[in-house]
Design a binder for this molecule. Structure first.
Ligand SMILES: [Zn+2]
Length: 209
């Protein structure tokens, strides 16, 4: 099984007018979808802090059981994204329900500045909802495939595949709602730091390891 894969250039080109797929500069942006998770999100925060790295977290409204956890993500200086309230993929022509779903999430994460649709499927309704709320749509250029990991060997392979494919300017997709994200980051972060690809988080000072 292959985990990581790059987004095809034609797909990125088609998305580009509506949604960001790369970042400017020589580093990468790590993004984490489908949290917050009471156990795995803090594990991710801890690892990012250890490297003084900043990231973006796309939160699902109905998974916010502990508002303090959202504040913790924000307190660590990471960008917050709206990932809808219910994580449903709407039909292409559906507008009302999509707008409600994005707005309902935004009430819970009022500081969110970014938006990512469930499964990355940006429908006209979701795009309009994000636009109305002043949220910047963000896709990715490298999908880690992390959610398919089932054991430690998978996590190792996933991390190594990301390292083989990553390029400066990539937006990388991860998920912080599963137990294999911590071991993936334990391999990935030191290697990315060594290649000077990790964005520095101005709100944390790098701690020696
Ligand atoms: Zn998602």
């Amino acid at each position: 099984m292959t985990f990581a894969r790059r987004t095809h250039w034609a797909k990125r080109a088609a998305l580009a007018p509506f949604s960001q797929t790369r970042i400017a500069g020589t580093q990468v942006l790590l993004t984490f979808d489908d949290g917050p998770h009471p156990e795995h999100t803090p594990a991710v925060l801890e690892r990012l802090s250890a490297f003084g790295a900043s990231a973006a977290f796309f939160l699902v409204g109905n998974r916010i059981t502990e508002p303090a956890l959202v504040e913790q993500v924000r307190g660590h200086g990471h960008a917050i994204g709206n990932h809808t309230f219910g994580h449903a993929v709407p039909r292409w022509r559906e507008f009302r329900a999509s707008i409600d779903d994005v707005r309902r999430c935004q009430l819970l994460v009022p500081h969110a500045t970014l938006f990512r649709p469930p499964l990355g499927k940006l429908t006209p309704g979701l795009w309009l909802a994000a636009r109305q709320l002043g949220l910047r749509c963000m896709s990715w250029s490298l999908d880690s495939g992390d959610w398919r990991c089932r054991n430690a060997a998978d996590a190792r392979r996933c991390a190594n595949e990301v390292l083989a494919l990553v390029r400066p300017g990539d937006i990388i997709l991860f998920h912080d709602d599963h137990q294999w994200i911590a071991p993936i980051l334990d391999i990935l972060l030191p290697a990315l730091a060594q290649r000077q690809l990790l964005p520095n988080n101005p709100s944390t000072t790098r701690q020696p390891r």
